[in-house]
Design a protein. Structure first.
Length: 603
């Protein structure tokens, strides 16, 4: 069974347009009569038994309107025209007339032994539309008889349909003979969050704290013994000694010490990243039956907590001094006071109140009487700040705990590049003097942490559940979580999603009748490499199911790479001339891309 031709008397901007949909026959429409005869030059095996037709043309030429008309042929429609189907097994042509006078179908030559009937049994006949962009018509239309809409946008409108899409993709990946599955394609959630902005906040906070605490004045002798300082003339060294006593802000640090301070701060940061990546101290915040590796859940929690603090500090415009205090105290609590935190069972909000209270208390102690007028406003600001933290942390902890209960696979932090080591000799004294804010016990971690934890999920319901949980998070946390199919490029996924819809529809359909697929904008989102393979892989897919004789595909595209696999007689090239849409000749199989682009048939 296949649709062999369509005549559009009037539909949208289309008028008096006859469209042959197979090269098996030659058609001659004259007035109210359509003559049909066999095309002796028909290449029957070119598409290996699969019925294919391409529709091309500039935007506005009517490609989508042609599909829209075909979609409506089995429903009540205001448009007019007719269509003709052919069943080779029964040797019968079926004509369907829409809002016009009856059309006479005259079978000529060898077709005279065939018959023409005025109606078509529709119980097992389906029109399947797939549109990569939007609905074929800009107007909302009621559901049409015998039409199935596999458009991804439409299918994603409900939880049930989104889950079904995921199930379909897994079914498609796992089908027999699928080479893609050999690459272990799986759905992966990537938890980032160790962002440049967060790392800079931590470094700036430590620099601000050590500067404010007289670090440069107290360590004058250590600075003077630095190898790079010994290379300067005595006069320059004396100037440096004087400047060390005047440092009150990071901006006061002499240029000669900038490189050393940068190295020192990077040592701090690398050790913090090690604790994020390798520590398992925060795993007590998730359920004991968590499916994630302890280091993975701890890293996700640590980065999330740090980002929640930083974003609320920015939101409530906490000044730099208090921001630095909050940062340093939070790092100490997360990575150096975890035993106390655990024994205090302070897991509900991670002791946020005690961190904030300590910072405010120190701020009050260090302020003089003239500044006390700001106490009330500072305390009021921190009440709002604490409320914002509690709100975001509550959602974050709930989401992470729920995700930890999902069947998944997480990668251990074994890919971290680096080792525990004793720092260079020139840093020893400085680190000892900073034990009050960074208790490193004489060792720092020298290495690289990529800042990424991956959680792999293979069950469609679990994928949908985790995605839904992530959507509960504040936007700034959501932006640090990527998820999608690992092992597929974006272009390959676009093609896979389309083929998965076709494959799963066909294997699930129980009517075993004829299926007419209308694919609009087939090349959209496809990388040129996948456009080049599109027709070949579509044919292979239909052959693998064994439904060559029961399916037909009408495809609109702008891609010369797709068109290059069609015979010229199987390409409908539309163009607008004097305000009317007409057909004109087009190139096809074996066409070089450059000449095709030169033609106005592909735009």
């Amino acid at each position: 069974m296949k649709l062999v031709c369509v005549y559009i008397s009037e539909h949208h901007q289309l008028q008096n347009l006859f469209i042959p949909l197979t090269s098996e026959f030659i058609f001659d429409l004259n007035g109210g009569a359509l003559k049909v005869r066999i095309n002796e030059l028909y290449t029957a095996d070119y598409y290996e038994g699969v019925n294919l037709k391409a529709v091309i043309g500039k935007n506005g030429s009517g490609k989508t309107s042609v599909l829209d008309f075909i979609e409506s042929i089995h429903s009540e429609t205001e448009s007019s025209g007719f269509c003709l189907f052919f069943d080779s097994n029964q040797k019968v042509f079926y004509k369907k007339v829409l809002n016009i006078s009856s059309i006479d179908v005259l079978l000529c030559g060898k077709l005279q032994e065939y018959s023409v009937q005025n109606s078509l049994l529709l119980n097992d006949h389906r029109i399947v539309k797939i549109n990569n962009l939007s609905n074929f018509s800009s107007n909302r239309k009621p559901k049409m008889k015998n039409v199935v809409d596999l458009t991804s946008e439409k299918l994603s409108n409900s939880k049930r349909n989104r889950t079904k899409q995921l199930e379909n993709l897994f079914t498609y990946f796992n089908r027999k003979g699928n080479k893609v599955n050999d690459r272990n394609v799986i759905y992966t959630f990537k938890f980032r969050g160790w962002t440049p902005a967060l790392k800079n906040w931590i470094k700036e906070s430590y620099l601000y704290i050590i500067t404010r605490h007289g670090f440069f004045h107290e360590n004058r002798e250590l600075f003077l013994n630095l190898p790079e300082i010994n290379e300067y003339p005595l006069s320059e060294v004396n100037k440096l000694i004087v400047s060390l006593d005047k440092i009150r802000e990071p901006s006061d640090i002499p240029e000669k010490l900038q490189s050393f301070i940068s190295e020192l701060l990077n040592l701090f940061l690398e050790s913090v990243s090690m604790h994020i990546c390798c520590d398992e101290g925060l795993c007590f915040l998730v359920p004991p039956d968590s499916k994630l590796h302890d280091s993975t859940s701890s890293a996700i929690l640590a980065k999330g907590i740090l980002n929640i603090f930083r974003n609320n500090i920015l939101k409530f415009k906490i000044d730099k001094s208090l921001s630095a205090d909050l940062c340093v105290n939070l790092v100490k609590k997360l990575f150096f006071s975890m035993d106390q935190l655990y024994h205090d069972n302070d897991y509900t909000q991670l002791g946020v109140h005690s961190i904030i209270a300590n910072v405010i208390e120190r701020a009050i102690e260090k302020s003089n009487s003239r500044e006390r007028i700001n106490y009330d406003s500072t305390i009021e600001l921190f009440k709002k700040f604490e409320y914002g933290l509690h709100k975001d942390l509550k959602i974050f902890f709930e989401v992470v705990r729920n995700i930890c209960c999902v069947n998944s696979v997480s990668e251990e932090a074994s890919d971290l590049i680096g080792i525990w080591s004793e720092p260079q000799l020139k840093f020893h004294g400085f680190l000892y003097s900073l034990k009050y804010i960074f208790p490193s016990e004489g060792y720092l971690y020298n290495g690289y942490y990529p800042g990424l934890e991956q959680v792999k999920v293979s069950d469609p319901l679990d994928i949908h559940y985790v995605s839904g949980e992530i959507n509960k998070l504040p936007k700034y946390l959501q932006s640090n979580i990527d998820h999608g199919w690992q092992g597929l490029s974006s272009g390959e996924f676009a093609k896979t999603s389309l083929f998965s819809s076709i494959y799963n529809f066909l294997i699930a359909d129980e009517t075993h009748g004829f299926k007419l697929f209308l694919i609009d904008e087939a090349d959209l989102y496809l990388h040129p490499e996948w456009q080049r393979k599109f027709i070949f892989e579509l044919i292979e897919l239909i052959k693998s199911i064994g439904l060559e004789s029961k399916t037909q595909f009408i495809i609109t595209t702008h891609s010369p790479l797709i068109i290059g696999d069609f015979l010229p007689e199987d390409i409908l090239a539309l163009k607008v001339e004097d305000g009317r849409t007409i057909l004109h000749n087009s190139l096809g199989f074996g066409t070089m891309n450059r000449p095709v682009f030169a033609r106005d048939s592909i735009t």
